[in-house]
Write a protein that binds this ligand. Structure first.
Ligand code: ATP
Length: 377
């Protein structure tokens, strides 16, 4: 039996990356990265420029060799070690950021490039793929006659032509304008779901990752900061890096004050503090602007709500579908707090500059992080 193949009897992940490291001379681009991708899953590698996401994708593709670690791909109900396998022998299709179509070949020839077999079968396959990407009948056009978005769809068809078990996408939308990008996001996602093809996409665009991925891998400086569903990443970030990279956030300096309690300015607030810290331990409180609640008036009802105080309205900004309100709360040390409110809510609250408005921080949305390392407190 070939020792590269291993039958386990368990449900096999489509791809498993085990402690992969990559060094370029003295520089470490990837530092022991481990993750797995389930069959049919859409996984996004998300992180700032230089975090190592493209290097990881290239290692998965076999276009770059890992310095350490191993890669396994599913092969039936077994797992195959592909760490040393040349790119040409790995079963994947890939789409790059720039349109990597052959300019001297027409659309049909580009898509059929990797296909083997009879001419008629190839023609049928090309026709079916063009229908799937919503561009029927463009077989005889050349790449220069297509828009950027159309070229990327053809590149996608080419990557899917051989029905690979893995689809790799390297920032496939970043060269397109915003409107086309949004449209293609939805198209790629629905095609991926329809075909059930396991997909790994690299992006630095958090919105792209949140809208397309089943799970997101947030990377920074060659390590994984968090792996989770878009909802987990957004609502329960593992540390300050993730919280700041994905979405808007408020940060308030506080100290721990007993189990599930923090001292913010002169006020004792309920918050999610895990694990508990000794009293007086410095903390940074995190809350998303849309989780900050504003009230129309200060009545006995509002006074009963935990974590409620009176705030000054310092700035009002219209950001399309919602307003971003900058507040300062004297009782909470006067630190700036941003609150996002939708238009109807804004009108109901009758907000104006320098007005005092009651504000609440729901305890289940208020999370505490240690200030020095950025790790959850
Ligand atoms: N061939 C190489 N030689 C030396 N350093 C490299 C090489 N390829 C990548 N690097 C370095 O490794 C780090 C990670 O690069 P990588 O391209 O994976 O980042 P990235 O997260 O994809 O960023 P970007 O979105 O800018 O492409 C960067 O600091 C980069 O300069």
């Amino acid at each position: 039996m070939n020792r590269d193949w291993q039958a386990t009897g368990a449900v096999i992940d489509a791809l498993r990356v085990e402690r992969v490291a990559k060094r370029f001379g003295a520089f470490t681009a990837l530092d022991g990265v481990s993750l797995s991708v389930k069959k049919g899953e859409f996984l996004c590698l998300l992180g700032p420029s230089g975090c190592g996401k493209t290097t990881l994708l290239r290692i998965i593709a076999g276009l770059e060799a890992a310095s350490d670690g191993a890669l396994f791909m599913a092969a039936g109900d077994a797992e195959r070690d592909v760490t040393r396998l040349p790119a040409s022998q790995r079963d994947y299709g890939i789409v790059f950021q720039s349109y990597a179509l052959f300019p001297n070949l027409n659309v049909a020839q580009n898509i059929a490039y990797g296909l083997k077999g009879r001419r008629e079968d190839k023609d049928l396959r090309v026709t079916a793929l063009l229908a799937q990407i919503g561009l029927p009948g463009i077989e005889h056009k050349y790449p220069s006659q297509l828009s950027g978005g159309q070229q990327q769809r053809v590149a996608l068809a080419r990557a899917l032509a051989t029905s690979p078990s893995l689809l790799l996408l390297d920032e496939p939308l970043s060269a397109l304008d915003a409107r086309v990008r949004e449209h293609l996001r939805r198209e790629i996602k629905s095609l991926q779901q329809k075909l059930g093809v396991t997909t790994v996409m690299v992006t630095h665009d958090q919105e792209e990752a949140l809208t397309m991925a089943d799970r997101i891998v947030v990377m920074n400086h060659g390590v994984i900061e968090q792996i989770g569903t878009p909802e987990e990443i957004y609502t329960r970030p593992a540390n300050r890096f993730v919280a700041e990279f994905v979405g808007q956030s408020n940060w308030l300096a506080a100290t721990s004050a007993g189990i599930g309690q923090v001292l913010l300015g002169d006020a004792l607030l309920g918050a999610t503090v895990t694990p508990p810290r000794p009293d007086g331990h410095p903390l940074e409180l995190f809350i998303r602007p849309e989780d900050v609640q504003l009230h129309a008036s200060w009545s006995p009802v509002e006074a009963q709500i935990v974590n409620t105080a009176l705030a000054h309205v310092r700035k009002i900004e219209l950001l399309g579908g919602f307003y971003r309100i900058a507040l300062s709360v004297p009782g909470w040390g006067g630190q700036q707090l941003l609150a996002d409110v939708v238009r109807s809510e804004f009108e109901r609250l009758n907000l104006s500059l320098e007005r005092m408005v009651p504000v609440s921080l729901p305890a289940n949305r208020l999370r505490a992080f240690g200030p020095s390392t950025g790790a959850a407190a």
